[in-house]
Each structure stands twice: as structure tokens, then as C-alpha cells.
Write a new protein. Structure first.
Length: 102
């Protein structure tokens, strides 16, 4: 029942704020089990606008991914990412997860 958080950093707007995010975000990763499948490494954009960086985090379920994102640990880091970059975060169910009705 896997789920993935895909974080796409389109561009950095404040490197200092982004560094504060980088300092705080690992606390949320320690409190909520996840596996980083891709973490801002080299990438190729085949369609659409290029991204500055991409991370893909694997969770046991959509509920676990939502719990990580809504956690106090991540909420403490989140404003720094939002102040430091233009980014998108997408939660997507793995193919072994039953889709959640809208």
C-alpha cells in the first residue's frame, strides 16, 4: 500500500530560507518512516518546464504520507521551504493502493 510524495522545486527564491528548511526537514523524516527514492540528484526533463530539483519519498500508505506532511515536525520546516522556493508537493498512491474516492 505504498504512496509517494513528489517534491518539485521549480526555483530557489531565498537560499537562506531554503537552508533553514534543509536544517529542519530531517526531523520530520526521523519522526515519520519514509524511504527517499530520489533526492535532488541529476535529472532530465523530457517534457514541460525544467525543475531545479526533484525528490521522491516513499511511504507505507497515503495516510502515512499525509501524516508526515501534516506533522508538527514538518509544519515547523514547511514555511522555510515556501519562503525559500517555488515548489510543488504531490502525493500519489502507488499501484498497490486502492484509490481514494473524491
Amino acid at each position: 500500500m505504498t504512496a509517494y510524495a513528489v517534491i518539485v522545486r521549480e526555483r530557489t527564491t531565498d537560499p537562506d530560507a531554503l537552508q533553514r528548511y534543509r536544517d529542519r526537514a530531517p526531523i520530520a523524516r526521523k519522526a515519520h518512516p519514509l524511504i527517499p527514492l530520489a533526492f535532488y540528484g541529476p535529472h532530465d526533463t523530457l517534457e514541460g518546464e525544467d525543475a531545479e530539483g526533484v525528490a521522491i519519498l516513499c511511504f507505507d500508505s497515503m495516510a502515512a504520507a499525509r501524516s508526515w506532511y501534516a506533522s508538527p515536525e514538518y509544519k515547523a520546516a514547511l514555511p522555510h521551504r515556501q519562503a525559500g522556493s517555488v515548489s510543488r508537493v504531490i502525493l500519489v498512491a502507488g499501484t498497490d493502493e486502492t484509490p481514494i474516492a473524491d
